[in-house]
Design a protein around this ligand. Structure first.
Ligand SMILES: [Zn+2]
Ligand SMILES: [Zn+2]
Length: 150
């Protein structure tokens, strides 16, 4: 391959020092909303969220400094499965289950509409800084396939 087309080493990738999961890059906007002033100083401005539900590390940086889930201002999904999956609008796993019981994803559809509105603040409210929709949809589809295989 021509060297000119090889990208610079990507610093936006790092693995959690505890569980080795691939972290999700987050910026200061996300960190500031989830960490208090003191805790904020413990990690770099650009850090990573550990997506493994059972891992006690919430954020870590390239220098392997970590912020544990217990230091977060509020419990976050998926570290706490009862926390809202979408922190902007408060949709929880239970809501997704209700949608399945109903047979129509009313709540999820509503969320899809709201997620495109200016009221969506995933960048700060979601612990990953990304839209919560993908996770909600993935969870719905997973439950759906579990139920239909019964
Ligand atoms: Zn981890
Ligand atoms: Zn959201």
């Amino acid at each position: 391959m021509n060297k000119a087309f090889v990208k610079e080493p990507d610093t936006s990738e790092a693995n959690c020092p505890r569980c080795q999961s691939l972290g999700i890059a987050v910026g200061p906007v996300t960190l500031e909303s989830h960490l208090d002033h003191e805790t904020l100083k413990q990690v770099a401005e650009h850090a990573f969220f550990c997506p493994l539900a059972t891992c006690e590390v919430a954020y870590f940086d390239e220098f392997e400094r970590v912020v544990l889930c217990e230091s977060l201002r509020k419990p976050v999904y998926p570290k706490d499965p009862t926390a809202p999956m979408c922190a902007c609008f408060g949709l929880t796993r239970e809501d997704v289950q209700c949608d399945l019981d109903d047979g129509t994803p009313t709540r999820i559809r509503e969320l899809l509409v709201k997620a495109k509105s200016p009221d969506a603040h995933c960048q700060s409210k979601s612990p990953t800084g990304q839209s919560c929709i993908a996770e909600v949809q993935r969870y719905y589809l997973r439950l759906l396939s579990q139920r239909s295989s019964k």
